[in-house]
Design a protein around this ligand. Structure first.
Ligand code: AMP
Ligand code: GLY
Length: 423
């Protein structure tokens, strides 16, 4: 099977590696890919949002299946664009992708289908006063969410009421552009988060992939601003059988039933951002793709053939295709550019051992220059994944490997997984 993978981050590196390991993968292209994805396939300089160029490439290269890494093409409707063309696309339809593309739609969907989530209301410029009154009815801290896609930055958690009201006015005034023309205000939920990934074929067939936890803040001890993700761990000790049974009964099955009832075509990955509130799972958010950096631990823990699974999804019949989990622990630690998530320099040369014996180094923000030198080209630069018998064991390998890699300004968190080791 000839496969085209769209995206350029650490997530796509991990998907590319897993796809390339399948005996069913004949050719793999990654568009646009990064400085490391050529180890698994061929990079193609093409934007994941340029559907016409993608269609031409698909025709010209006899691509059988398109796998979409990031949300933007899905929310923009790539599934629908290719629906009547002779190529499989893994993902949700544009209408279903609104589960990620609109927080208001996602909250409404959860309410319609009785899926546990934080209480909420949605406001616009015309209902600012009602929004302020709603804030007054809530306990601090206050959670304000831009309705639309805001590159992972559209959620504010504000300690004070006056500050929350001021933020609401700013958001509705356009501080996140069109994404915040509607703002969801919701009850703050206290607990530990985890990410659950489900593959669905849109016809009742589904598989639950390994559960992961990511580390979003830049600073150790979960301090400082949010990032795209500084590390991840899988499995998650508190996501035990009893917890996962609740997730399946109260969240996964009602979500799949809801999609069917609302005629929302969905043949791909569903990412459930969950929070464990005293043993009770609640949904913080839906995403319509895999997580990054979670994929860098989830794919290494998937023992089964990803091409079989994705083909089953895209054809609408997962049948009895297995999704076996590796019992080992996997962790990933992200090396980021100095200054990230604020402004940071690019073009720093990356030196050291990028193929260590005991770890997998996934590239994220890297590129090769004309002379083949490897340079930084983004905030998150590398994801260093390792297996172990425990979180501590796996981490020791990743930190050892990071000790042999360097670039100017390189930064990473030394406390990934530490909170889970205490549980
Ligand atoms: P989201 O983009 O919706 O995942 O939100 C980003 C982050 O904000 C989440 O990963 C949580 O850490 C936090 N968050 C979002 N909603 C809530 C909530 N209702 N209560 C507590 N934390 C939240
Ligand atoms: N790691 C969270 C995300 O991919 O949105």
């Amino acid at each position: 099977m000839n496969i085209l993978l769209l995206g350029s981050g650490g997530r796509e590196s991990a998907l590319a590696r897993k796809l390339s390991q399948s005996p069913r993968c004949t050719q793999l292209w990654i568009a646009p890919g990064n400085g490391g994805t050529e180890a698994y396939g061929t990079n193609v300089a093409m934007s994941p949002l340029d559907f016409e160029a993608i269609a031409q490439f698909v025709d010209g290269n006899a691509v059988d299946m398109v796998v979409v890494g990031n949300e933007d093409p899905l929310v923009a409707g790539i599934y629908d664009y290719f629906e009547n063309k002779p190529v499989l696309v893994v993902g949700p339809s544009k209408a279903a992708a609104a589960l990620e593309g609109s927080k208001d739609f996602a909250k409404g969907f959860m309410n319609r289908h009785g899926i546990p989530t934080a209480a909420y209301e949605t406001f616009t410029k015309d209902t600012l006063e009602a929004g302020c009154a709603f804030l007054e009815s809530l306990k601090p801290p206050y959670v304000l969410k831009a309705d639309g896609l805001a590159a992972g930055k559209g959620v504010l958690i504000v300690p004070g009421l006056d500050e929350a009201k001021a933020e609401l006015a700013e958001m509705l005034g356009g501080s996140f552009g069109a994404a915040s023309s509607k703002v969801v205000i919701e009850e703050f939920l206290d607990g530990i988060e985890c990410s659950v990934f489900v593959l669905t074929d849109g016809n009742g067939g589904y598989r639950v992939l390994p559960v992961a936890k990511d580390y979003k803040r830049i600073g150790e001890g979960d301090t400082g601003p949010n990032t795209g993700g500084m590390g991840a761990v899988s499995p998650v000790p508190f996501a035990d059988e009893a917890f996962m049974q609740k997730v399946e009964e109260r969240i996964i099955l009602p979500t799949l039933r809801g999609l069917a009832e609302e005629n929302l075509t969905y043949r791909g990955f569903i990412f459930l951002g969950l929070i464990n509130c005293g043993g009770e799972p609640k949904v913080i958010e839906y995403n319509v793709r895999m997580g990054d950096p979670e994929t860098e631990v989830v794919m290494p823990r998937l023992k089964s053939d990803l091409v079989d699974l994705l083909e089953g999804c895209a054809k609408g019949d997962l049948g009895d295709i297995p999704a076996e989990h590796d019992p080992r622990t996997a962790v990933t630690v992200i090396a980021v550019s100095g200054g990230y998530p604020g402004s940071y320099p690019k073009g720093k040369e990356i030196a050291g051992e990028l193929n260590p014996a005991s770890s997998i180094v996934f590239h994220a923000g890297t590129k090769r220059d004309a002379d083949g030198r490897l340079l930084t080209s983004g905030g998150r630069v590398l994801a260093v994944t390792s297996y172990g018998d425990s979180i501590a064991d796996a981490l020791a390998h990743s930190y050892e490997a990071l000790g042999h890699i360097s670039f100017e300004g390189m930064n990473y968190r030394r406390d990934i997984g530490r909170d889970l080791m205490k549980l």
